[in-house]
Design a protein around this ligand. Structure first.
Ligand SMILES: [Zn+2]
Length: 161
């Protein structure tokens, strides 16, 4: 069973209001509901799309989240995302693996999350939900959303049903 309060409590040991920069996402690790949804970093980002946050030896928000939840780790290891969402800082989605295990994991086929509503698709590049509608043969882009329900609501609003 996933308890958001427990995870937030663990992350709240991190200084400079770490948890204030985290929102609950709508992406889950396929077939692992007990790990809960992604917790998305919203502040600043590294080029690699990882959250930027300095803590002890960590440069990434996901690394800091891992340390907060599990204690320090062997620095020759890399922190891998089970959810493939680079900006995710849910410690249950993170594990410390060797560089070569990480490369292997990257080659695994990825199950894309599905929105469950027409016009809303997962955009892998931005790690957000992309909303669009077709009207009179034209396609309109409505934006990218962190939240799948907001994206679906927007599509319904514009489409009118
Ligand atoms: Zn995640």
């Amino acid at each position: 069973m996933f308890h958001l309060e427990e995870v937030i409590e663990k992350l709240s040991v991190l200084p400079r209001g770490f948890v204030d920069h985290v929102v609950v996402g709508f992406n889950w690790v396929p077939d692992r509901p007990e790990l809960g949804p992604c917790l998305l970093w919203t502040r600043s980002f590294q080029k690699s799309r990882y959250g930027r946050y300095k803590y002890k030896h960590c440069e990434g928000a996901h690394q800091a989240a891992y340390v907060a939840a599990n204690g320090d780790y062997d620095h020759s290891l890399v922190i891998d995302h089970l959810c493939y969402v680079e900006r995710c800082v849910n410690p249950l989605h993170l594990r410390a693996v060797t560089q070569s295990e990480n490369m292997k994991a990257a080659r695994r086929p990825i199950k894309r999350p599905s929105s469950g509503c027409t016009g809303v698709t997962w955009n892998e590049q931005s790690k957000m939900w992309r909303a669009r509608v077709s009207k009179s043969g034209k396609e309109f882009f409505l934006g990218l959303f962190d939240n799948v329900e907001e994206a679906c609501a927007k599509v319904k609003e514009v489409r009118g049903y």
